[in-house]
Design a protein around this ligand. Structure first.
Ligand code: GLN
Length: 500
């Protein structure tokens, strides 16, 4: 019988895994109560549309099993961590839609390596999170499941493409999320929602089981309330995998323990570059420029050298990114032909579909949304025989120049700092006209500062950097050289601490 005087303990809104662990340790809570609490919150925040599927029974069963393991002393490192996964990550036996109609009724046949590693450490997956269709977008408005809303102001977007994943953490619907970042999709929504988003070095985390968008850019990355939790998740997901030959064999650091190097008892001064445009350009929102400048002043006060740099290729970042990613996407998405997966055009009265090519065309036209169709067409165009050299080859060359120019900055500096985004979260429909597609260039500008890390394959993190006058979150981005995740996390943590 329920004791009506009994007050359920989960009134605390947990922000950190260490707080959850402490309460599990003392028996103040159980994993099962924690999952019940998140399930309640997900129901209460249904209007945010952050989840496309909730694994209610399954996560409760798993929670009970993890409670038992905790009692037996056999629990993994993530016992008590309740997460959601973006709808582009395969989880065997569970639906996988990539936010698209073309994957209607599709069920994953195997589990992504990154997800498997988290499960091995007893993570509890509470559901699948909404995202832009095939992770293409910056506002989460291109999902076949409808837009996600920002919990700070539901008339605004959460960012994209991992919008559901960021909002789920922002609104306390789970403790952390796993997203993917091809041009900023973990960092940009993290910035719009006031949480932490970490994109690792390209090849740090296996892409096996991640629905491919642009394979030479795609990275799986965590979203969490704190740098520590994001670092822990990365540490567990990272490392070589026989299923993905692009994963690096570099040893995985203890990211969750990383500290800034010391000179005696003082932190060693770091050399930090910041993008002049991020602080001076009129194209960047004034409140974001000011917030970034305050961080620069603070880092100087901490004893670090912080100097402005120009990145002359800034204007080439977005064109290079969009030419190369659409080219790769047009190839990756060719597998969705209406025959092998999900949605298929079917109209018994339509005799034309007896012809295979027509079946492909109709299935793809109906199954893909406007933004994905645009990118497939653009990518096919830049790869076409007559234009290949003019666009694709040229963009590959510019990618190399961007990499060289970035390396040049990192010869002199340890980190590159910038705002994560030029503006805070915009209104739903403001750049997409209510449906993805009316002014794509306006939308693409939201990625101005985030795409560089993907074009060059470097790690980058977005951490909260205060709010603007309307209380909208602002993000600060730090980028580090390849495989310098430990240093990146350590610096981000030192800034996060100074926020408290
Ligand atoms: N907004 C960018 C795009 O639409 C980035 C997406 C991503 O990182 N998946 O391509």
């Amino acid at each position: 019988m329920t004791n009506l005087n009994y007050c359920p303990p989960i009134l605390t809104r947990y922000r950190t895994f260490s707080a959850v662990q402490a309460d599990l340790q003392t028996g103040t809570i159980t994993c099962r109560q924690l999952v019940e609490h998140y399930l309640d919150r997900i129901r209460e925040h249904h209007h945010l549309n952050a989840f496309t599927e909730i694994y209610a029974d399954e996560s409760l069963t798993r929670a009970t099993a993890v409670d038992q393991k905790l009692a037996d002393g056999t629990a993994g490192r993530l016992a008590g961590m309740v997460i959601g996964i973006k709808d582009v990550l395969s989880y065997a036996g569970h639906g996988l839609r990539a936010g698209s109609r073309i994957l209607d009724n599709f069920t994953a046949q195997f589990t992504a390596t990154a997800v498997e590693r988290l499960l091995d450490e007893d993570v509890i997956i509470i559901g699948r999170q909404n995202c832009d269709e095939f992770a293409m977008g910056s506002s989460n408005e291109s999902s076949a499941f409808g837009p996600v809303r920002n919990a700070v102001d539901p008339s605004r977007v959460p960012g994209g493409s991992s919008g559901g994943s960021a909002v789920a953490v922002q609104a306390g619907l789970c403790l952390a999320s796993i997203g993917s970042d091809t041009g900023g999709s973990v960092r940009q929504p993290a910035a719009f929602c006031g949480v932490v988003g970490l994109k690792p070095t390209y090849g740090r985390v296996s892409r096996w089981g991640l629905v491919a968008y642009a394979s030479s850019f795609d990275c799986i990355g965590p979203i969490a309330n704190t740098v520590d939790d994001a670092a822990l998740l990365l540490e567990i997901m990272a490392g070589p995998d026989a299923f993905d030959s692009t994963v690096a064999s570099q040893p995985v650091g203890a990211y969750s323990q990383a500290q800034l190097p010391n000179d005696g008892d003082r932190p060693r001064p770091l050399r930090i570059a910041y993008l002049r445009d991020g602080v001076e350009s009129a194209g960047v929102d004034a409140s974001i420029r000011e917030a970034t400048q305050r961080r620069i002043d603070q880092l100087r006060a901490m004893g670090h050298t912080v100097e402005s740099v120009d990145f002359p290729l800034l204007n080439y970042l977005l064109p290079t990114y969009y030419i190369l990613t659409t080219a790769e996407a047009s190839s990756n998405l060719s597998r969705f032909d209406g025959v092998r997966y999900g949605y298929r055009h079917s109209d018994p009265a339509d005799v034309s579909t007896t012809d295979l090519l027509t079946l492909y065309k109709k299935s793809r036209t109906e199954g893909f949304g406007a933004e994905v169709r645009r990118r497939i067409l653009l990518g096919t165009f830049v790869l076409s025989a007559s234009y290949y050299d003019a666009y694709y080859t040229k963009a590959q060359r510019v990618r190399r120049l961007i990499r060289q120019e970035t390396e040049r900055i990192f010869e002199q500096y340890d980190f590159l700092l910038s705002p994560t985004t030029p503006t805070p979260a915009f209104k739903l429909g403001e750049k997409a006209g209510g449906r993805a597609g009316d002014d794509p260039l306006q939308m693409y500008l939201a990625d101005l500062f985030t795409v560089q890390a993907n074009v060059v394959g470097y790690p980058a993190i977005s951490i909260p950097n205060g709010t603007d006058h309307a209380n909208l979150p602002i993000g600060l981005q730090l980028m580090a050289p390849p495989f310098a995740e430990e240093a990146l996390v350590a610096l981000a943590r030192s800034l996060e601490k100074s926020n408290d």
